[in-house]
Design a protein around this ligand. Structure first.
Ligand code: ADP
Ligand code: ZN
Ligand code: MG
Length: 474
């Protein structure tokens, strides 16, 4: 039997706020356990929460970026359960009045066509504490408790593991773009509950779904989906039925394993959070926040192609990452040559980030430095090899290219008399090569260019060397 795969994702995205959702504790990944806590996030009796305005604003911005409707009325609810990861014995979340409704994420589907994966809603909630289990004991770290999280819930519109990854990749790009989250996967900034079912091809009704909890790597999600799809097929083929349950991905055994049968909303005895006012946003407030929304990646790609006269391909690579696009635009504006800046960013700068494993934003290279370096190159103050040699140093330590060039005398030698002298010396020292050249071995010219460049310590204008050499050898 042929089956169709149905996937829906519930993705938790950590908001880039300085403090927690309902208290003033600061957020710091990797801090000493239980050093960023207070009576509110530790759930002391009588401690009252207050809303983080920035988290509301960021969630609205994320919603606008995804084309959601912003709810005119939203509220928080308590989801009650007993577990050490929540000392209050409930989690504050949003059940029936979430902040953002509808919207979608465009992906390239498996068949190559563009498809919109519908978003059901985005709600805002607080993260819970982190549990660490060691032999004989378990530890609880409440630093993470109360971290603001958006939960972005997709409709079951995805049809394969590849599409799920395409969706997450696009979603991540948009959230980083909107500036609302770092979406740092290693730090667990983006974690998904993966819902998957299969149904006989042509059947309209969805099959019973299984939920794989709390996945934080794209490769893990892909592998877990392939495993789970295959497992469900095998169960059905053997005449069995799929049990609605929650499973977890075992990263050692590379298989999904049952955790518990699916719980219902009723089990959590949700009720409205009595300590927080509902959220009622005015149109004017939403419009004000919308002003901070950056251009969406697609629109930016089109504008950059136009404005800087760069190929679509370049614009696509550069706009994929907002920090990279910002860097490129600042460098291009500084040097006044978009194509030159694009070539250097795409080839040299990205090569350096790959080689050193240092993100561009963490390097010392500021776009103004690259812009100035390229200006020196354009003015022919320095030559290409010198510019290339300086870049890794700027990347690592930063600096003023013009001052460095002046201080070390790296300016290109464009003085014909000086170059003529070097050319003549090279010719005089290598009569055999001259003879070869004159006998038709034109490649011998390259040898002389090399000799002269070396004699000038790399500073001669390669163009001028070639011109003079051609004249002298003729
Ligand atoms: P629940 O009531 O179990 O929480 P929801 O309807 O709220 O289920 O959906 C939760 C997530 O599961 C959503 O992302 C949704 O797209 C996805 N989902 C729902 N039904 C299915 C299904 N049959 N197969 C795969 N995913 C599904
Ligand atoms: Zn706190
Ligand atoms: Mg649900």
């Amino acid at each position: 039997m042929e089956y169709e795969v149905v996937i829906g994702l519930e993705t938790h995205v950590q908001l880039k706020t300085r403090t927690k959702m309902f208290c003033g504790c600061t957020l710091e990944f990797g801090a000493e356990p239980n050093t960023h806590v207070c009576p509110v996030c530790l759930g002391y009796p009588g401690a009252l929460p207050s809303m983080n305005r920035k988290a509301i604003r960021y969630t609205v911005m994320a919603g606008l970026m995804l084309g959601c409707r912003i709810a005119p009325y939203a509220k928080f609810d308590r989801k009650n359960y007993f577990y050490p990861d929540s000392s209050k014995n409930y989690q504050i979340t949003q059940l029936d009045y979430p902040l953002c409704l509808g919207g979608g994420v465009d992906i390239a589907g498996d068949d190559g066509s563009r498809r919109t994966i519908r978003i059901n809603h985005i709600h805002l909630e607080e993260d819970v504490a982190k549990l660490t289990h060691r032999a004989g004991c378990s530890g609880v770290d409440y630093n993470r408790a109360g971290t603001p999280l958006m939960e972005i819930v997709s409709e079951p519109d995805l049809r394969s593991a590849d599409e799920a990854i395409a969706y997450l990749t696009a979603l991540r790009e948009m959230m980083i773009y909107a500036g609302v989250s770092e979406c740092n996967l290693e730090e667990g900034n983006m974690r998904s509950d993966v819902n998957v079912s299969i149904r006989p091809k042509g059947q309209e009704a969805y099959g019973t779904k299984v939920e794989i909890k709390n996945m934080n790597t794209f490769s893990g999600i892909h592998a877990a989906l392939l495993f789970e799809i295959d497992r469900q097929k095998r169960v059905l083929e053997a005449g069995g039925t799929i049990r609605q349950e929650t499973r977890r991905w075992d990263t050692e055994a590379l298989e999904t394993a049952s955790m518990r049968s699916k719980e219902n909303a009723d089990d959590y005895r949700y009720f409205p959070e009595p300590d927080l006012m509902p959220i009622a946003l005015t149109e004017a407030q939403i419009a004000e926040w919308a002003k901070d929304l950056p251009e969406a990646p697609g629109a930016r790609r089109a504008r950059m192609t136009e404005q800087y006269g760069i190929p679509e391909y370049d614009a696509g690579v550069l706009s994929a990452d907002r920090a990279l696009a910002d860097f490129f635009e600042a460098a291009a504006q500084r040097c006044g040559n978009g194509k030159l800046a694009s070539n250097w960013v795409m080839a040299e700068v990205l090569a350096l980030t790959a080689k050193t494993g240092t993100a561009l934003t963490e390097s010392a290279l500021r776009p103004e430095m690259l812009g100035d370096l390229l200006k020196l190159l354009e003015k022919k103050t320095i030559n290409g090899p010198t510019a290339k040699a300086l870049l890794p140093e700027l990347f690592e330590k930063g600096g003023d290219p013009e001052a460095i060039v002046k201080e070390r005398g790296l300016g290109q030698v464009s003085d014909s008399a000086a170059i003529e002298a070097l050319v003549d010396a090279a010719i005089a020292a290598n009569p055999k090569v001259v003879a070869d050249y004159r006998a038709g071995k034109k490649a011998a010219a390259g040898f002389f260019v090399g000799q002269v460049m070396k004699a000038s310590k790399g500073k001669a204008s390669p163009q001028l060397v070639q011109e003079i050499l051609a004249r002298r050898l003729a």
